[in-house]
Ligand binder design. Structure first.
Ligand SMILES: [Zn+2]
Ligand SMILES: [Zn+2]
Length: 271
């Protein structure tokens, strides 16, 4: 529904020689949407896998790919928005399930409340990238009817004024449209994640030759540079196969063999 195939198809074609087609009649809004009208199932990854499984209802294929994203303020730094994108790949014939994720700070995600007639609105709307990026408006005390399809700054101002006036707290809410086709920054993240997923599928399990051999976890305990005691730094990364369970450890990608003394509990005990 949101043109994500524009991000997924090129790497799947180039890396895997695979053709990506859009599944018809998949109403993913059933699973939850960015504008908040439908409650989302708890876990993002779970939702993403469910979404990929929906494909098998309408298409006679072995493989499906789906995406789910979440954006908002970070708990630690409330004014800096960030996001995470999940991509799930399923191969029901081989029994493969691969999840790739990508976090980003490059997003125009924002949610702000305004009184009717607030002169700051046009500037804020432009700072959110509008009209190249979409925005939604909703009544602060009634989130059931978000206003989409706004195409001029005047439309946004009028919608905000209208929603503020009918709200119990006299505020209208302005927030970024995070649907991929209305959000170029999100589309860029999806492109990068699609390449990551395609590259992973290119790698075959050394044991059973199933596609998608790649990182499944890590082991901490990189020795301290001074005293050689294990630290909380990652020591080994672990690659695994989702089909046969074969796993291999490999040293850190950055080549570090020891951890900084400052990270060592023995050398630098917390005061
Ligand atoms: Zn130490
Ligand atoms: Zn395997």
């Amino acid at each position: 529904m949101h043109a994500k195939e524009l991000a997924v198809a090129p790497p799947f074609r180039r890396v895997l020689g695979a053709e990506v087609v859009v599944a018809p009649d998949v109403d993913t809004d059933l699973l939850g949407t960015f504008s908040g009208e439908v409650p989302r199932p708890d876990a993002l990854v779970e939702t993403c896998v469910l979404k990929a499984e929906l494909v098998f209802r309408s298409l006679d294929v072995d493989c499906a790919v789906a995406n789910e994203g979440s954006y908002g303020p970070i708990d630690a730094v409330p004014l800096v928005p960030s996001g995470v994108e999940i991509m799930a790949f399923l191969d029901r014939r081989r029994g493969i399930k691969i999840i790739e994720t990508l976090s980003t700070h490059r997003t125009n995600w924002r949610l702000m409340r305004f009184k009717a007639g607030d002169p700051a609105v046009p500037l804020v709307v432009k700072a959110m990238g509008f009209p190249r990026y979409g925005v939604f408006v909703v009544c602060s005390s009634d989130w059931s009817h978000p206003i989409k399809g706004l195409s001029t700054v005047e439309d946004v101002v009028a919608a905000l004024d209208h929603e503020a006036n009918r709200s119990e707290d006299r505020l209208g809410v302005l927030y970024a449209d995070m649907r991929a086709h209305r959000n170029p920054a999100r589309m860029r993240v999806l492109r990068a994640l699609s390449w990551k997923l395609a590259k992973r599928l290119e790698r075959l399990c050394p044991q059973c030759h199933a596609p998608g051999f790649g990182i499944i976890g890590n082991r901490r305990g990189l020795p301290c540079e001074a005293c050689a005691q294990p630290t909380h730094w990652v020591h080994f990364e672990i690659d695994g196969c989702s089909v046969c369970g074969h796993a291999e450890t490999r040293p850190r990608k950055d080549g570090r063999k020891t951890a900084a003394k400052l990270s060592c509990a023995s050398c630098s005990p917390k005061r």
